[in-house]
Design a protein around this ligand. Structure first.
Ligand code: COA
Length: 294
């Protein structure tokens, strides 16, 4: 074997990792380069008033970056959560930034000026230090997503390495389209929480293979809970995003209540739930409701 055989292919080297970018850079990279404008940026000093009281150093944008701009010339807003600040958790201030900017986009859509909303979800859910305020914000974000998706597709991108958990996983479930990488995870409770609450016999959070086989990006696409698996490549994420907004609208996943209720009721029967491959068979897009019974 020569040294050249050990080199990554030219295609891999040409990629720009999306996961390695911070929230602001991710948003900047997705929008057209010209005409970007940050709403409530760091100089507006939107600090959470609750963190210093608990000995936590706050951050000027409270972990959420809102960037207005254009996607191939069409008005867009990207809401990017910074996973490296407080686990991307949603508190009062950053939650209000998310809900408020979605509501502004809704106002524009209703006035006949469509704004394409993109959520970059990198979040451990409600910020435990701001519990009720975070929960209230998530309710507002959810209702804004449901109202907006009647006008334009609302797209979520879950890249990694935090993933998307808690109340924000419900937000992902409400979006018109979910783009995910193989590295990302999507679930209601994080593996650590499941292990802590239900015990090691329920889930070993240290077993990375098991965790990703249950809630990783590939499994979420295979079971119809996310729509597209993309490489960790900024250009690939943008290309998929443009594809969603160019495609004819389709009904959001969460509108198909009968399908999902049937699947969950079948799971309660205990058949396929714990086996990732059986779940793929039962829940692959197009499989009938209740198929997990088989
Ligand atoms: N609220 C506040 N802080 C949070 C948080 C939340 N919801 N989720 C993560 N964080 C913080 C952690 O406390 C940690 O902070 P530290 O670095 O100061 O210790 C940091 O974010 C990173 O989290 P960590 O758990 O170390 O990262 P991980 O990659 O191992 O796991 C999660 C990430 C999201 C899977 C895990 O944090 C988790 O299970 N969170 C709870 C998810 C959940 O069930 N949320 C329900 C609330 S609605």
């Amino acid at each position: 074997m020569s040294a050249n055989d050990l080199m990554p292919s030219a295609g891999v080297l040409a990629r720009e990792s999306f996961i390695e970018l911070g929230a602001r850079e991710r948003a900047r990279r997705l929008l057209d380069p010209d005409g970007q404008r940050e709403l409530l940026g760091p100089f507006d000093a939107m600090y959470s008033p609750w963190l210093p009281r608990q000995g936590i150093v706050p951050q000027a944008d409270d972990g959420v970056v809102v960037l207005r701009g254009r996607l191939q010339g069409r008005d867009a807003v990207v809401l990017a959560i910074e996973g490296r600040f407080q686990g991307g958790s949603i508190g009062e201030v950053c939650g209000a930034k998310l809900a408020g900017s979605l509501e502004l986009a809704l106002r524009d859509c209703r006035a006949g000026r469509p704004v394409l909303p993109v959520l970059l979800l990198e979040t451990g859910g409600v910020r435990l230090q701001e519990a009720n305020l975070g929960l209230a914000a998530i309710a507002e974000i959810q209702s804004a997503v449901v109202a907006l998706r009647a006008h334009v597709p609302v797209v979520a991108v879950i890249a990694g390495m935090v993933g998307c958990f808690g109340g924000m996983s419900l937000v992902a479930g409400l979006c018109s389209d979910v783009i995910i990488t193989r590295q990302a995870r999507l679930g209601m409770n994080g593996p650590e929480v499941i292990e802590q609450e239900a015990g090691l016999e329920e889930l070993d959070a240290a077993d990375r293979r098991l965790v990703w086989s249950l809630i990783g990006g590939e499994q979420r696409v295979a079971t119809g809970l996310a729509d597209a698996l993309v490489d960790d490549d900024a250009a690939a994420v943008r290309a998929r995003l443009l594809g969603v907004f160019d495609a004819p609208p389709r009904p959001p996943r969460s509108a198909d209540i009968a399908l999902w209720r049937g699947r969950i009721e079948a799971l309660a029967g205990g058949a396929a739930g714990a086996d990732p491959l059986a779940l793929r068979d039962a829940w692959s897009p197009g499989a009938p409701a209740g198929a997990a019974d088989r």
